[in-house]
Ligand binder design. Structure first.
Ligand SMILES: Nc1nc2c(ncn2[C@@H]2O[C@H](COP(=O)(O)OP(=O)(O)OP(=O)(O)O)[C@@H](O)[C@H]2O)c(=O)[nH]1
Length: 397
C-alpha cells in the first residue's frame, strides 16, 4: 500500500517532533550543548514539514521555498551540533548557505522551476550533512561506537541527497514540487522518516557513550594526582599478577612519604597536595613499560612491576627516593627530612590476591619505617630466594 505524500509528511512531522523532544529530554540529564542544537534541528524539520503541507492549499512560497529553507537550516544546526561535539571551528563561509537559499527566490517560474529548486536544495543539504560526517572522522582519536554510527548515518544521508540530484539531471523525469508528484519525492519522504530515527538515535548514543567514558575515567582516577585509584588497580592488576612466573617474576613496591604530616602542618594542605602531585608525576615518568601505578590513598602509592628482579626494584626505588628527597628538601623546609620509605615484595608465583600482596608490602614498609625511614625494604619471595636467602632481604639505604 503506497502512502500518499501528505500522509508521509504527517508521519515525518510526528517523528521529527518526537526526535526533538527525545533529544531535549536527553539534554536535561546530559547538559551537553550539541543535544540542544540537534533538538532544535528536528523541531525545525517538524515545522518545515507542517509548512510543506500548505503547498496543497496553493501557498507555494511558504510551502516550498520556506519549508525547504527550514530543512537546510535544520541540517545546518546538525552541523553546528557536531562542530560543538568535536570542538571543531566552522568557517564563516558556511553562512553562505543561506545566501544560496535566498537566491532561490530569484528563480524564474516555469517547468524547470521544480527541478532547479530540488537540485539546489539537495546539494545544500548534502554539503552540510557530509561536512558534519567528515568532522566525526577519527583523526587519530579513538572514536566511540556512537560516534562511528552517527558518522555513517550522516554520510549515508548526505550521499542520498547527492543521489537525489541525479534523476533531476535526467531529462524527462517528473518532478512537481507544487503537486507533490514524482517518484523521487516519494522516495525522499521514506528516506527522511528513516533518517530521522537513525540520526536521533545515533546522536543520543554519541553523547551517552562519551559521557559514560568520562564517568568511567573519573571513577578510575584519583582526582588529585590523576593516577589510578585502588579500585582501578584492583581491576587491572590480576592480568599482571597472573603473568608472574620463575622466568618473569613480578614485584610490588609500596611507597609512603616520611614525615608528610610536617609539610601539611608547617606549609599548609595545598603544599602537601603539591608534593603528592609531584610524587605522582615522578612515579609516572619513572614507570617501566607494562607496569602499573596507583595512589592507594593519603600519602601511600603502589607500583606493580612485571619481569622484575631485585636489582630492578632497588634501582627504581632508589631513583624515586633520591629524586623525591632532592625535590622535597628544595621546596619545603622541615625539622625532619621528608623522604620515601618503600616496602617491596618480589614473587614468582601469582599471589592469592592483590590485597594479600599489599599486606606483604605493608609488612616490608613497616620494617623500612622502623629501620629509620628513607629506605627500601625488599622481601624476596621467589623460590630461589627461599632456598638461598639473599642480601637484599634487609633495609637498603
Ligand atoms: N595535603 C594532603 N594531605 C593528605 C591527603 N590525604 C591524607 N593527607 C594527610 O597525610 C598525612 C598522612 O599521615 P602519616 O602517613 O601518618 O604522616 P607522616 O607524617 O607521613 O608519618 P610517617 O609516614 O610515619 O612518616 C595525614 O596528616 C593526612 O591528613 C591529601 O590528599 N592531601
Amino acid at each position: 500500500m503506497a502512502l500518499d505524500p501528505s500522509t508521509m509528511l504527517t508521519i515525518t512531522i510526528a517523528l521529527a517532533l518526537a526526535a526533538a523532544l527525545y533529544l531535549a529530554i536527553e539534554w536535561q540529564t546530559a547538559r551537553e550543548s550539541p543535544l540542544l542544537f540537534w533538538s532544535a534541528g528536528f523541531a525545525l524539520i517538524s515545522i518545515g514539514c507542517t509548512l510543506a503541507l500548505l503547498r496543497n492549499s496553493g501557498l507555494l512560497l511558504v510551502g516550498i521555498w520556506f519549508a525547504n529553507g527550514l530543512l537546510i537550516t535544520a541540517h545546518w544546526l546538525f552541523l553546528l551540533g557536531v562542530a560543538r561535539f568535536t570542538e571543531a571551528r566552522l568557517s564563516r563561509a558556511w553562512y553562505l548557505i543561506f545566501v544560496a537559499w535566498a537566491a532561490m527566490l530569484l528563480l524564474p517560474e516555469g517547468p524547470a522551476w521544480s527541478k532547479v529548486m530540488l537540485l539546489v536544495n539537495s546539494l545544500l543539504v548534502a554539503l552540510v550533512t557530509l561536512r558534519a560526517s567528515q568532522l566525526l572522522r577519527p583523526m587519530g582519536r579513538s572514536m566511540g561506537v556512537g560516534v562511528v554510527q552517527l558518522r555513517y548515518v550522516l554520510l549515508g544521508h548526505g550521499l542520498f541527497y547527492i543521489a537525489k540530484t541525479i534523476p533531476v539531471l535526467v531529462p524527462g523525469t517528473l518532478i512537481d514540487l507544487a503537486a507533490f508528484r514524482g517518484e523521487i519525492i516519494q522516495v525522499s519522504l521514506v528516506e527522511g522518516a528513516m533518517a530521522i530515527m537513525l540520526i536521533a538515535l545515533s546522536m543520543t548514543g554519541t553523547v551517552r557513550y562519551r559521557r559514560e567514558k568520562r564517568i568511567e575515567r573519573l571513577a578510575a582516577r584519583d582526582p588529585l594526582t590523576a593516577m589510578y585509584n585502588r579500585r582501578a588497580l584492583e581491576a587491572r592488576a590480576p592480568h599482571l599478577l597472573l603473568s608472574a612466573s620463575p622466568a618473569r617474576p613480578g614485584a610490588l613496591l609500596l611507597i609512603d612519604i616520611d614525615n608528610f604530616k610536617l609539610v601539611n602542618d608547617l606549609h599548609g594542605h595545598t603544599a602537601g597536595d603539591r608534593l603528592l602531585v609531584a610524587l605522582g608525576e615522578m612515579i609516572r615518568v619513572g614507570l617501566p613499560e607494562g607496569a602499573l601505578a596507583a595512589r592507594l590513598g593519603g600519602d601511600e602509592f603502589v607500583i606493580l612491576l612485571r619481569n622484575a628482579s631485585p636489582e630492578r626494584i632497588v634501582a627504581l626505588g632508589d631513583l624515586l627516593r633520591q629524586q623525591f628527597h632532592d625535590m622535597a628538601a628544595r621546596t619545603f623546609a622541615t625539622p625532619q627530612a621528608v623522604t620515601l620509605s618503600i616496602g617491596a615484595s618480589l614473587f614468582d608465583q601469582p599471589p592469592a590476591s592483590l590485597a594479600a600482596l599489599i599486606e606483604q608490602g605493608d609488612v616490608a614498609l613497616y620494617e623500612s619505617k622502623r629501620g629509620g625511614r628513607n629506605s627500601i625494604r625488599l622481601v624476596d619471595r621467589t623460590v630461589a630466594a627461599t632456598e638461598q636467602p639473599t642480601e637484599l632481604n634487609r633495609s637498603l639505604r
